[in-house]
Write a protein that binds this ligand. Sequence first.
Ligand code: PMP
Length: 393
Amino acid sequence: MKVPIYSGLFFYPLSLLSIRITLKKPIYFDYAATTPVHADVLKAMLPYFSEEFGNAGSSQHYFGWAAEEAIQTSRKKISSYFGVQARQVVFTSGATESNNLCIQGYLKDRPKGHLITSSIEHKAVLQVFQELAHQGWSVTYLQPNPSGCIEVSEVEQAIRPDTALISLMMVNNETGNLTDFQSISQLCKQSNIIFHSDATQAIGKLDLTQYAHLPDLLSFSGHKIYGPKGIGGIILYSNVALKPLSFGGGQERGLRPGTLPVQQIVALAACFDILPLLIESLEQISAYKSRIVKGLHSEFVLNSAENQSVPHILSISIPNMDWEDLYRKIPAIAVSNGSACNAKSQLPSHVMKAVGHSDTLALSTLRISLSYLTQESDVDFLIDYLNKQLFDR
Ligand code: PMP
């Protein structure tokens, strides 16, 4: 199939922009940026666009009842996965909104005190803390250890008597590195501090049903787990009271008003049916990741902690290579040099800077992210291609 080059346009002179260049579609290794909608998920959501198009708020007739029933069923499915009551699930537009609502919704109208987060959080958390700091909150940004992970002992040391909330992601979206959220959950409970965790990159990569200690508040997004973009959620594990940030028709018990997007919610719930498939694929993906690391014939800096990262994300930085050259040499693969949310800025990633990389090394980073859809032949191609294009082997 022929497709226009869009992703590579940045690297081409302006005169070429008007020319419609075609090439073979690259092989996708950017599943941490987004995932394709799974066929079962698409099938589940389709009737709610046109046949069952009702507004769940229309309580006087069939169309509204059908929509409301679909939402209740979806909410129940998601709540039973997390082992909570249906009312502990809040639907949002995605993880960005979930993070905002969890953090700001909990702190709203509270006396200003101290907050803890880390310098390697996603911008959808970091920018919230920046805003809170402007409002007068005191914020501690924990720095990662040399492997790029946040240490529990650092969290413990940072706690103050006036610490109101800690927000630390479960899995880093750029490196795949894991945070020991179980120990931090326990620590927060003992210290009476609310613990929020951005689990966007963790769901489907960790079996969250197997953990005894989980955060009080958890954010997630549909499009990272083979659902559509524009839907996400919050799990209020410990029934924490959040205050709304917007106001309207009282949906989601007043916490997140607005007409509920029934088709998106049905799709999100359908994603939870495919989580077992995602978990089953972990072993294979882990083997692929090791194969890539072993197969590359040159020096690179491994940014994904060897024994403390999820199998899906492999981040490497290539020394002594200009990042524009780097990306110009590899048009046949779709990889990114960090978060998709930073990609347009062309600035070195704050995560790579936090682990101590220079601007040049930070920019010359490849985040290769894998999926259950990744084939063995894709992995072999990737290894050969990188060796040939970058390392001249
Ligand atoms: N948090 C993390 C860890 C992410 O990876 C992303 C997506 N890049 C987000 C938050 C934002 O999610 P959404 O696109 O659903 O707003």
